[in-house]
Write a protein that binds this ligand. Structure first.
Ligand SMILES: C[S@@+](CC[C@H](N)C(=O)[O-])C[C@H]1O[C@@H](n2cnc3c(N)ncnc32)[C@H](O)[C@@H]1O
Length: 218
């Protein structure tokens, strides 16, 4: 009787914890509807930089890309960051900027008609193709799935990592600029090598951020 009581109490605690995780303040981060509504309503204006500015992350980007200006670069979860433009101005003219929000892709096509913008769900199986990119850059994209604290979004995050891996050539590199490095174990389990560094600075919201910079090699 006593053991039974303890067991049901434990189950109750587990259920409450699961609910807490599902309802936690950041669960909106993983929802496509959230991003669509936020960009369409102008919440993030014409330009917004999550977690770090392009200037701050540039040394890590150039360290990965070197002088390979002709390389095919996939920029996932691009939002309305200036990174696509910055890469183009630096001579990387084969960049594919991808986001699953129609609203932000339409906005970016109007702002930057010379660049390539695609509306794609990067977690959808096969959506990014196979062995067709040399590099991938991700500033806050898998974070939005892994940090949303729901099981479904965690699985979406794992799926996105698998699709990026599939899209890269052998030896291809994936640079992740992440708030807290949540999901790093998934990256370690998927990629041949994973190197981690940290940087500090301020993004659009002017909060001080300690950022995890993760360089994965297929
Ligand atoms: C935190 S914001 C980062 C935006 C931009 N990279 C930046 O640094 O400002 C996350 C972005 O990832 C996009 N995103 C999230 N999950 C995605 C998915 N499965 N496929 C494509 N885009 C996704 C969102 O629409 C949003 O624009």
């Amino acid at each position: 009787m006593c053991g039974c009581f303890q067991f049901s109490k434990l189950r109750d605690l587990q259920r409450r914890f699961a609910l807490f995780r599902g309802d936690s303040a950041r669960s909106w981060l993983g929802r496509r509807e959230y991003w669509e509504a936020a960009y369409a309503s102008g919440r993030y204006k014409d330009v917004y930089e999550w977690n770090q500015t392009c200037d701050a992350i540039w040394p890590y980007v150039t360290k990965m890309l070197g002088q390979s200006f002709g390389s095919r670069v996939l920029h996932v979860g691009c939002g309305n960051s200036r990174l696509g433009r910055t890469l183009h101005d630096a001579g990387f003219v084969r960049v594919t900027n991808v986001d699953y929000s129609d609203a932000v892709i339409e906005m970016m096509r109007r702002q930057e008609p010379q660049l390539t913008w695609l509306c794609v769900d990067c977690a959808a199986p096969g959506a990014l193709g196979a062995d067709c990119f040399d590099f991938c850059i991700d500033k806050g994209a898998i974070d939005s799935l892994f940090e949303s604290n729901t099981k479904a979004m965690w699985e979406n995050g794992c799926s996105m990592v698998r699709e990026i891996h599939r899209a890269l050539i052998d030896g291809g590199k994936y640079l992740v600029i992440s708030n807290g490095g949540v999901g790093i174990e998934i990256l370690r389990a998927t990629f041949r090598s994973v190197e981690v560094e940290h940087m500090e600075g301020y993004a659009c919201d002017l909060y001080y951020k300690l950022i995890t910079v993760i360089l994965c090699t297929k």
